[in-house]
Design a protein around this ligand. Structure first.
Ligand SMILES: [Fe+2]
Ligand SMILES: [Fe+2]
Length: 151
């Protein structure tokens, strides 16, 4: 499988986005006040690393194995765990809102970009990653609702 110039450029831009996601989740995992949110961010950051590695495989000319998809958001059942006062809660709420906006943007980018790829196998990979990003946004949204941060 060989990508053309346009496809290669799109994958390079997607890799930059995945790198930003990875950095953001690692950084926010350190910043978050609630340990439950820290562990959620850490878990998602591992998925973002997987995405980055899959895109690297594509640029090397191989179609990556689609790893077991991240556990669907359906199975994620967060409880009201936030230990902090209102200021701490507002802080974590901001982190959640920010990453949901990022996920929305990234998922939309995958959705737009995959139309440019000739190979159905490559489109399947990009589609699987897009579904992961939607799951990330949904899990964080569920955390917000459980912790009364959704309003
Ligand atoms: Fe990702
Ligand atoms: Fe994501």
């Amino acid at each position: 499988m060989k990508l053309n110039q346009k496809e290669t450029q799109l994958i390079t831009e997607l890799k930059n986005q995945e790198e930003l996601c990875l950095q953001k989740y690692n950084f926010y995992a350190k910043q978050a006040k609630d340990p439950e949110l820290k562990s959620l961010f850490r878990k998602i950051s591992k998925h973002e690393q997987n995405h980055y590695d899959m895109l690297t495989e594509l640029t090397n000319g191989t179609v990556p194995h689609i790893r077991t998809k991240s556990p669907t958001a359906v199975k994620y059942e967060p409880k009201a765990t936030h230990p902090g006062d209102q200021a701490c809660k507002d802080f974590d709420k901001f982190l959640c809102t920010d990453v949901i906006a990022t996920e929305k943007y990234v998922a939309t980018t995958y959705n737009n970009d995959l139309f440019y790829f000739a190979s159905p196998e490559v489109r399947n990979v990009l589609n699987a990653i897009m579904t992961d990003e939607q799951n990330h946004a949904e899990m964080i949204w569920k955390y917000k609702v459980a912790n009364k941060m959704a309003a």
